[in-house]
Design a protein around this ligand. Structure first.
Ligand code: FAD
Length: 417
């Protein structure tokens, strides 16, 4: 490894790896040296050729706007080999008549979004990054953890634990993409607000007895919202990705059920709109919270992804919001590099942060408020929600506004060319 990098990205999750891919497009031309530091090994995660869709992998709904970002990164051609387009979104509330339906065709886009298995997205990103390791613009350091960061003499001084010798290096900019439990964020005194929802998201893939017809369902129930996302078939089996939000204690009970009991419980709660559930893959559970870092930039530091904001997953917006942040930060950094400006320059980073605030506020409010609104058990409110969904369904202008926001097209797209 070098003694000094222009940019060090800590965390090669979906966010950190996407930022590395965005910067590397221009790294050779701009003579940028980048290090990506990740505690986990990459063993077995690079072979996109032998990839098979799985019943046990976590999935992400990528908004249409996110697909356009990956197109700019020249990754979409590869990614789209294993994604399932969402042609329709059906939003309803259990036990009520109101429903709203969004259609890609009406919004004049090829798809409202795409469902991708996280493992496939990771493999495509890592394989792409690996090519740049060979071209010497990137040091991809796995099995390593950034443990200390301090600004001294206009540079960030970093301590990195590798298992053998601790490393010390400097960088103009440290990008913290180390997730919602960022230990370094705490050490650096970057405070954050946290609201715990006292809910768990139960996540798994399920088999159904009929084609899903590219429909994504968003269903609000009195114990929490559920989302069912269309997935690629596996061995001729129709599959969907399920995100089922439940009160904390009920989550543990659902995890403890046998597969057959779980499928029956799911069928009772979701109904038969999507067909009969036949299989269930490995179940994962996540405690839900809304977390926001109070600072997202300092001189020499930028905070991205879950480390900056962790959202309720109900609207499937956390990663999409983070990816728009990745694109905006990359655009600012590439602009600064072209102008010979320091990449840790506070003014430039502050401009970046300001450019993201409106989108962050709108997306976080939408996820948080819709979750809370549908959680209130009040007949008058239920009537209002019913009417709201019906209105959305019949009013094309409202539908387009709503769809553009869900597709991640409500704020200007960064230019990464
Ligand atoms: C149930 C559920 C469903 C979701 N569904 C959707 C969806 O459909 N659509 C959507 O847009 N979003 C969705 N999200 C949100 C999405 O998963 C997150 O936005 C995304 O995972 C954030 O990625 P990240 O890279 O910021 O963090 P992480 O995935 O947590 O990655 C952080 C990385 O940093 C590394 N790291 C940690 N500490 C250090 C250190 N000290 N030094 C170096 N590296 C370090 C970690 O090993 C890890 O690789 C969902 C979330 C949940 C919980």
């Amino acid at each position: 490894m070098r003694q000094h990098y222009d940019i060090v990205i800590m965390g090669a999750g979906m966010v950190g790896a996407s930022l590395a891919a965005a910067l590397l497009q221009h790294a050779t031309a701009l003579h940028l040296n980048i290090a990506l530091i990740e505690p986990n090994p990459l063993d077995g995660q690079l072979d996109t050729h032998s990839y098979q869709p799985s019943f046990d992998g976590r999935v992400t709904a990528l908004a249409y706007g996110s697909a356009q970002i990956y197109q700019q990164l020249q990754l979409w051609d590869k990614l789209q080999a294993q994604v399932q387009p969402i042609a329709h979104i059906h939003i309803s509330e259990r036990g009520h008549f109101g429903a709203a339906r969004l259609h890609a065709e009406q919004e004049k886009v090829p798809a409202l979004g795409y469902v991708v298995e996280n493992k496939w997205l990771g493999q495509v990103l890592y394989q792409h990054l690996q090519q740049h390791v060979n071209a010497a613009n990137l040091d991809f350091c796995t099995g390593a953890t950034v443990t200390q960061a301090e600004r001294l003499e206009g540079k960030m001084q970093l301590q990195i634990e590798t298992g053998d010798q601790p490393l010390q290096l400097t960088t103009d900019l440290l990008v913290m993409a180390d997730g919602g439990r960022s230990a370094l964020r705490d050490k650096m005194g970057i405070s954050y607000t946290e609201e715990v929802y006292q809910q768990q998201a139960l996540v798994c893939n399920v088999g159904i007895d009929r084609a899903h017809n590219n429909i994504a369902y968003e269903r609000f129930t009195d114990t929490g919202p559920m989302a069912l996302l269309p997935l690629l078939r596996q061995n001729k089996q129709h599959r969907c990705g399920l995100i089922w939000t439940v009160p904390e204690q009920q989550g543990d009970e659902l995890l403890a059920l046998s597969d057959r009991e779980f499928i029956s419980a799911l069928q009772r709660r979701f109904g038969f709109r999507a067909g009969r559930f036949t299989h269930v893959g490995e179940r994962f559970s996540y405690p839900l919270k809304l977390q926001r870092a109070q600072e997202q930039v300092r001189a020499g530091v930028a905070i991205l992804g879950n480390a900056a904001h962790t959202l309720h997953p109900i609207a499937g917006q956390g990663f999409n919001l983070a990816l728009r942040g990745v694109a905006a930060l990359a655009e600012h950094l590439l602009g600064a590099a072209r102008n010979g400006q320091s990449l840790g320059d506070y003014e430039m980073l502050y401009q970046y942060q300001q450019s993201r605030l409106a989108d962050q506020r709108a997306t976080i409010n939408f996820s948080d408020k819709s979750m809370r609104l549908f959680a209130i058990d009040n007949p008058l409110l239920a009537l209002g929600r019913d009417a709201g969904l019906q209105l959305l369904d019949i009013c094309p202008a409202a539908k387009t506004l709503f769809s553009r926001s869900a597709m991640g097209l409500a704020s200007p797209m960064a230019d990464l060319h």
